[in-house]
Design a protein around this ligand. Structure first.
Ligand code: AMP
Length: 179
């Protein structure tokens, strides 16, 4: 499993999909799945930039892993986003359900991501929701990254402000160094 984390607008989805194509493996985004499968109540919460509950998100991923993961490589986008999600993932990997090859942290500053988000016209890309997602990210990212480091998972930090192609190349070469 290769995990993509990063602030909204850093390019997790596009980079995750490109890497899945490069490695010819499944790609799963919790955000994408949640947007189209949860009830109105949760959808409305998502529109404000708030996180969905750990319980709901973990159960979505649990089912997706049963369906799509067959011990080969697997790209996971947008999970974990909290310390308890990170703990759950690490626990599952220790129990042998999958191996975490690397956690890729895409880094980009608000100056770069805000215009990107405002330009893509998604319903949760309005200024208040963007601020909320930035706050959630800042609050949660450090504990998540340190939990993975403590579990000896390779953490790859990539400056994601460059073009899509450049970032993809950086990810591929960093991954080559790890295996
Ligand atoms: P994304 O498509 O990754 O930008 O996610 C869009 C929205 O989906 C987020 O703002 C959250 O409301 C929700 N979401 C996605 N992944 C998670 C997660 N791991 N935990 C909680 N909420 C999530």
């Amino acid at each position: 499993m290769i995990i993509f984390v990063g602030v909204a607008g850093a390019g997790k989805s596009i980079q995750g999909r490109m890497l899945a194509k490069d490695l010819d493996c499944p790609y799963f985004s919790t955000g994408e799945f949640l947007r189209s499968h949860v009830d109105k109540n949760i959808q409305n919460k998502m529109l404000t930039g708030e996180l969905v509950s750990d319980e709901e998100t973990i159960s979505v991923l649990d089912d997706a892993l049963d369906l799509h993961h067959n011990q080969g490589e697997f790209i996971l986008d947008g999970f974990p986003r909290t310390a308890s999600q990170a703990e759950w993932l690490i626990r599952e990997s220790k129990e042998g359900r999958f191996k975490v090859t690397a956690l890729i942290h895409l880094l980009a500053s608000p100056e770069v991501i805000v215009p990107r988000l405002l330009g893509r016209h998604r319903p949760d890309d309005h200024p208040e929701a963007i601020k909320k997602r930035l706050d959630e990210y800042r609050r949660h990212i450090e504990p998540i990254v340190s939990k993975f480091k403590q579990s000896h998972v390779r953490v790859i930090e990539v400056n994601a402000e460059a073009s899509v192609e450049v970032v993809n190349k950086k990810i591929l070469s960093a991954l080559k160094e790890t295996v």
